[in-house]
Design a protein around this ligand. Structure first.
Ligand code: AMP
Length: 502
């Protein structure tokens, strides 16, 4: 089944309902959206785009993103959303790797991209808009797609080496969307989805459930994540839903506290994509209420490995609530999760190993990269590269990515554990712990710390705090005080940059 059918059905059901908003302003009803999508599909076909051809999108969050997804799918083609903050050279690499036929770019970046990219038709957003207004473009039916056909080629952030193209199929997206209703949250036509995080990532994928249910799609006018704007839009549109990385939630909470605003209109904030520290989520629930649901996923199994429900995130009564809150919840309905050894043998409850996943939301493999696929998929199980442990009740707790684990004097040290402790210090705003090569010990623990404004905390205080809370061998041997932590467009801390710094 082609995912584009979901939009068609919603447009039949709610033709006159405003579907797309730019800030507070309605810009398209569901029937307008359907017309735009039909025209885009027809225009792509005119450009020679056929089933399984790739169409790249190099745009910041903008309402046309939605039309593009469905126009591309309707034509049977594959969307290649590219992080708008990537350098044109990185863009060029992805376009070549994906063998994209068309790339849609913002008007501002058109000339720049043109100078960098050959062999691919470059279309500026203004041109795309005029195609969407072209009434003479013929009505274009929905091209038939099988569950195994590609819908989205997702390029991993490539913190180690070149990014890899994850093949996301129509079947995977459908499974992810249906399990969202079972494991994460329900959605109704009265809800609104605010696109605060980049559409080229999980936030973009989450449009599906909101299209299927006929909700509102709200694009912030600023084009990026601005806490005050998010609170304003949630208040205005009501029953708002958003996906946010943990660092974004931290900014929402800081803003709510300093501006004295509440979470009025905010219904659900799904968080994931990076570690959420216990002290941060406890504070977030205190400040914004029980709006949070956690998911754990990765491009290779998008948004669909595990989930921690709203009730579990706000539970402060169960004897083991802290351990649960520090976990990423339990396997989502459409996948199996196990903890495995390097060879893929299943470990018992309580044993630390690599998290492995198989099921309907897992990728068939990387695009044109059989070597990487072979390393990653073992007997049908996806090796996530994340270390973790599962308890008797199925709750999964992440340790750290295997490459982030520090081995010092032969002992394994999980940065997350040290970070959790440092974050409980009142003067610490953000922290990231990494390893630094040491001739004798293998690696030394280094803490990169951002202090709260006005705090005068020093290495000595933080060391004393660690001594009180964790084993001596896990304590950082060095501290680096920074004004901010380097993060990528998705709000993930770039440990590779920190390693370069130390
Ligand atoms: P990406 O493929 O860019 O979405 O990155 C996926 C990686 O982000 C995972 O393999 C995890 O290491 C991390 N991640 C995703 N969700 C969570 C979560 N809820 N808690 C901690 N780390 C997460």
């Amino acid at each position: 089944m082609n995912l584009a059918l979901w939009l068609q059905r919603t447009a039949q059901k709610y033709p006159d309902k405003t579907a797309v908003y730019l800030g507070r302003q309605g810009v398209a009803t569901y029937s307008d959206l359907m017309i735009h999508v039909n025209r885009l599909a027809a225009w792509l076909a005119q450009e020679g785009i056929g089933p399984s051809d790739r169409v790249a999108i190099y745009l910041p969050n903008t309402p046309e993103y939605l039309s593009l997804f469905y126009g591309i799918w309707q034509a049977g083609a594959v969307a290649v959303p590219i992080n708008a903050k990537l350098h044109p050279k990185e863009l060029s690499w992805i376009i070549d790797d994906a063998q994209a036929h068309v790339v849609v770019v913002s008007d501002e970046s058109y000339e720049f991209v043109k100078g960098t990219i050959g062999r691919c038709t470059i279309v500026a957003l203004s041109e795309l808009r005029s195609q969407m207004k072209t009434e003479t473009l013929e009505q274009f039916g929905v091209v038939e797609r099988a569950p195994s056909d590609l819908a989205w080629l997702f390029y991993t952030s490539g913190t180690t080496g070149r990014p890899k193209g994850v093949q996301i199929t129509h079947g995977m997206v459908k499974s992810m969307a249906l399990s969202y209703f079972v494991d994460v949250d329900d959605v109704s036509a009265e809800d609104s989805a605010i696109y605060a995080a980049p559409m080229s990532h999980g936030a973009g994928l989450y449009n599906i459930m909101h299209v299927l249910k006929g909700a509102r799609h709200v694009f912030p006018t600023s084009g990026h994540f601005e806490p005050s704007e998010i609170f304003d839009l949630a208040d205005y549109h009501d029953r708002a839903h958003m996906f946010a990385a943990p660092t974004m939630i931290k900014r929402l909470v800081e803003h709510a506290k300093s501006a004295g605003v509440g979470a009025h209109g905010l219904r659900t904030v799904v968080y994931g994509g990076g570690p959420m520290y216990l002290s941060d989520i406890v504070e977030a629930v205190e400040v914004l209420g029980n709006v949070f649901v956690q998911i754990y996923g990765q491009g290779e199994c998008p948004m669909a490995i595990s989930a921690l429900s709203r009730d579990e995130v706000s539970d402060r009564k169960s004897p083991n609530w802290e351990a649960r809150l520090a976990s990423v919840g339990r396997a989502q309905s459409v996948v199996e999760v196990q903890i495995g050894t390097k060879k893929g043998e299943r470990l018992s409850y309580g044993e630390v190993g690599e998290i492995m996943v198989r099921g309907d939301a897992v990728m068939p493999g990387y695009w044109n990269n059989p070597e990487a696929t072979e390393k990653t998929i073992l007997n049908g199980w996806l090796r996530t590269g994340d270390m973790g442990v599962m308890d008797q009740e199925g709750y999964i707790t992440l340790k750290d990515r295997s490459k982030d684990m520090i081995i010092s004097g032969g002992s394994n040290i999980y940065p997350r554990e040290v970070e959790e402790v440092l974050l409980t210090h009142a003067d610490v705003l953000e922290v990231s712990v990494i390893g630094k090569a040491h001739p004798e010990w293998g690696e030394d623990v280094v803490a990169c710390v951002v202090c709260r404004a006005g705090a005068e905390v020093g290495e000595h205080d933080l060391d004393a705090h660690c001594r009180e809370n964790i084993a001596a061998f896990k304590r950082p041997k060095h501290y680096l005080f920074l004004d901010s932590l380097p993060k990528n467009n998705y709000g993930k801390v770039l440990k590779t940059e920190l390693r370069k710094l130390v």
